[in-house]
Design a protein around this ligand. Structure first.
Ligand code: FES
Length: 573
């Protein structure tokens, strides 16, 4: 039974009698809208994370117009509302510090304004999860419009992948195998259009996870930002959200355990970013759905990795993925591992995948010819990570997945920067590089420092990977034998804080273990002598964040935003 116009949330602002309602209506008239254009129609908030300094969303001003076209066509009233444009690369110390800020902003924008539904415009890594978290907490119908990947990079006849090839060729530059001139030239070929990183990084992963979760229109996750299919998808999302308001299809009615499990399975089969783990745990917790590291690992063990993209597989990129059949072809291939009856913005996942095809089986592999027999990420536990750690083993060196070696500890990133290339650094290819003070509290904001650069001394030997352990995250475009998200983090006195140079660290990915091989009595003495290196900040967002953020295994949301009864609707006086 569809809603009646007087049941719209915006009716409380515009439909009532009295001085306040007249004032609200007069302000809509001030915007140039006639009574007949807004009264009794769903008001759709287009939450747009555009900014002049937001390279990945450079097309969003234009794209918001496409969404508006769809909303008008379906009888709604589109209103574009800017929200914090969290951009990777520029935002320091880490965009992750502000993910919960944007989530809170999205929720409060929606709650305080006369809105009936939301179109969430995001894409660059943290924006999608943040918008979705905020929309879940607010409880309005919402649809996600992902920014879409940028075009493939090109340089000297080779394809270039965002992030992945920056790390690769920077290591070659430091090793002296390419020139400064070549390195400089490469800059121009890396980022060729608007859109998100086009490797299987965090943005691509989270767009695919959102589609698998049912929050986008079919196929939306993989459409390149500058393809004409993208504005058509944006307009269709505008039309669909108006219908969702009349159907009262809120995220609470749409999301359930099946949706979240589908998102995890898609992430694992995509070889997606390790960043998906805290994001999906945080999203699930907002929705009151069970999700933890063990569930990730269980799903990862049963789902093969079938997306042959950088940084896991060959040189294929998201543009190739789109031409090969895109997110629909990928999810249809994965169908035996998905709950096809899970709801989506458009019906069910099964219905969304009907007729999907794959046109290049080297890019989207069949289930019986995967590029890796299980999902891309493994969850580790052990004496060095009692609350868990993760590794993207699909992008690690097979020969290092079982490895024991002596630790070389960097106290924080400044220490790493200062000493890494010291010719006297006591390091061999067997050493385990350890970085601490890079977790949610210590960073602060859980920066992407976990793919520690290798010391020059090691690069000169021709070695390009070592075991690295930290409480940091790493970019979804990164690779190597990097153990990440160690919890509890060092800044809270977790075992990582107690490691000393020369201690033996044992990594065993098949057994899912990460252990510090030091006697408990020795560790107890070190623990007793331990004190935090830095005080948490007292003022501003960073202070609030450091005092309330959850650890990596719990999704890094703020404890007071995670769940609980929804905040009350505002009084309209
Ligand atoms: Fe925006 Fe990678 S920098 S998605």
């Amino acid at each position: 039974m569809p809603k009646r116009p007087e049941e719209l949330r915006s009716h409380r602002w515009f439909g009532a009698e009295g001085m306040r309602a007249a004032n609200h209506r007069s302000r809509m008239l001030q915007l140039g809208l006639g009574h007949e254009e807004f009264q009794g129609r769903p008001v759709i908030g287009i939450v747009n994370t555009w900014s002049d300094l937001m390279h990945c969303h450079a097309h969003f001003r234009e794209r918001a117009q496409d969404v508006k076209r769809g909303v008008w066509a379906a009888g709604g009233v589109p209103v574009e509302i800017p929200a914090m444009a969290l951009r990777e690369v520029f935002q320091k110390p880490s965009t992750m510090l502000y993910r919960n800020f944007l989530a809170m902003e999205t929720e409060e924008i929606a709650r305080s304004l006369p809105l009936d539904g939301l179109v969430l415009m995001g894409g660059c890594d943290k924006t999608g999860p943040a918008l979705i978290m905020g929309a879940i907490s607010m409880g309005l119908p919402a649809i996600y419009v992902p920014a879409g990947p940028m075009l493939s990079g090109h340089w000297r006849g080779r394809k270039l992948g965002s992030g992945s090839d920056v790390w690769k060729y920077h290591a070659e530059l430091r090793a002296g195998t390419i020139t400064q001139q070549a390195w400089k030239e490469m800059e121009s070929g890396l980022s060729r259009s608007a859109g998100t990183c086009m490797t299987a990084g965090t943005a691509s992963t989270m767009a695919l996870a959102a589609e698998a979760m049912g929050l986008t229109l079919p196929g939306a996750a993989s459409i390149p930002a500058v393809d004409s299919a993208h504005p058509r998808m944006a307009a269709a999302a505008g039309r669909r959200i108006v219908a969702m308001v009349w159907e009262d299809l809120t995220l609470a009615r749409l999301l359930d355990q099946r949706s979240l499990d589908n998102a995890v399975a898609a992430t694992m089969a995509f070889g997606g970013s390790t960043n998906a783990i805290p994001h999906l745990i945080a999203i699930a917790r907002r929705a009151g759905i069970a999700m933890d590291l063990d569930r990730f690992d269980a799903i990862s063990r049963r789902v093969p990795l079938i997306a042959n993209l950088r940084p896991n597989g060959s040189t294929h990129l998201m543009e190739d993925f789109f031409y090969a059949g895109g997110s629909r072809g990928f999810l249809a291939t994965l169908a035996p591992h998905l709950a096809l009856d899970a709801r989506t913005v458009n019906g069910t996942l099964g219905a969304q995948l009907e007729g999907a095809e794959v046109f290049d089986r080297d890019v989207i592999r069949p289930l019986d010819n995967p590029i890796f027999p299980e999902g891309g990420v493994a969850v580790l536990r052990g004496s060095l990570a009692p609350d868990g750690a993760v590794i993207k083993h699909s992008a690690a060196s097979p020969g290092l997945l079982v490895h024991t070696g002596p630790a070389l500890v960097f106290e924080d990133y400044n220490d790493l920067d200062a000493r890494l290339d010291d010719p006297a650094l006591p390091v061999t290819p067997e050493t385990v590089l350890v970085l601490r003070e890079a977790g949610p509290v210590g960073g602060p904001g859980f920066p992407e420092w976990g793919m520690l650069p290798l010391p020059k001394k090691i690069l000169a030997l021709g070695v390009r990977d070592m075991v690295r352990v930290s409480d940091a995250r790493m970019s979804g475009t990164s690779y190597g034998t990097c153990v990440l998200h160690v919890a509890p983090e060092a800044a809270l006195g977790g075992p990582l804080a107690l490691v000393r140079d020369g201690d033996m660290i044992a990594l065993d990915v098949p057994k899912r273990r990460l252990d510090l091989l030091v006697d408990e009595a020795v560790l107890a003495a070190r623990r007793a002598a331990w004190a935090p290196r830095k005080a948490v900040q007292q003022r501003g967002w960073t202070g609030l964040y450091q005092r309330h953020v959850r650890q990596a295994d719990a999704g890094c949301d703020l404890d007071f935003l995670e769940r609980g009864a929804p905040s009350p609707e505002p009084e309209i006086h």
